[in-house]
Design a protein around this ligand. Sequence first.
Ligand code: SAH
Length: 230
Amino acid sequence: MKIAIMGAMREEIDPILAAVGTYTSSQHAGNVFYECVYGGHELVIAYSKIGKVFSAITASVMLERFGAQMLLFSGVAGGISKELKIGDLIMASSLCQHDVDITAFGHPFGFIPEGTLMIESDPQLRSLASEVAIDMKIDLYEGIIATGDQFVASSERKEWIHQTFDADALEMEGSSVACVCQNFAIPFFILRAISDTADGGASDDFDAFLKTSAQVSATFILEMVKRLEN
Ligand code: SAH
C-alpha cells in the first residue's frame, strides 16, 4: 500500500526520515516529497509548513500526485485536557476548526455550510493504534483535536476551545488534513505528542520539547506502518 506520512515542521519528519534510511526526493507545488519503501509499504513523506493552508496543499499533493491510499500525520500539539502531560500521545477521534466563525449567520463556531463541524478519523487505524499502544506499553489518549491558524498561548483561549468543542488538544494542521482526506475519501489518522499546554508558558515549552515530543510521535507512527497489511 502507498502511505502518506506528513508533519507540519521539519522537526516532525526528521525522525521518520532518519528511521527509514534511504529515500529519494522530488519537488512539487513548493514542497519537497521523500519516497522510500519501509515495512513492505511505499511511503511518501513530507512536512507541509505550519497552518491549515500549507497542510491542505501538501495533503492534496500526496493523495492526487503521489497516489497515497492512506494518510498518517505525526506531530506535536498543545494539551488542553489536564490528563495530558508533555510527551503524552493523543490520537484524534474527530477534528474541528476552532477559528472558523460565521456565527453572524446563525451557524455554530467551527461550522462551514456543506461541511461538517467534526470530521472523524478512520476507526480501523485508531483500533490498530490502540493495539500498538498496548504492545508498546504506552498510554495513548483519544479525543477531539481542535485546529486553527493560531499558536495558542493563553489559558482563556484554551478554555474557550475546550468549552466550545470539548477538545482535548489543539494544533494548527489536523483538521485541514482531515478535510482533504474526507473529500478524497482516503482513510487518515492524526497523532500528536504534547509539546506544551497552550497557556502562558507555551512558547518556552514548545521550544524545549518540540524535538523529544516529535520523536515520540514518529516512533509510534512507524510502528503502526510496520503492522499495516498490504
Ligand atoms: N516555533 C515555530 C512555530 C511553531 S507553531 C516557528 O517559530 O517557526 C506550532 C506548531 O506545533 C504547529 O505546527 C502546531 O500544529 C503545533 N502546536 C504545538 N503547540 C501548539 C499550540 N499551543 N497552539 C497551536 N499549535 C501548536
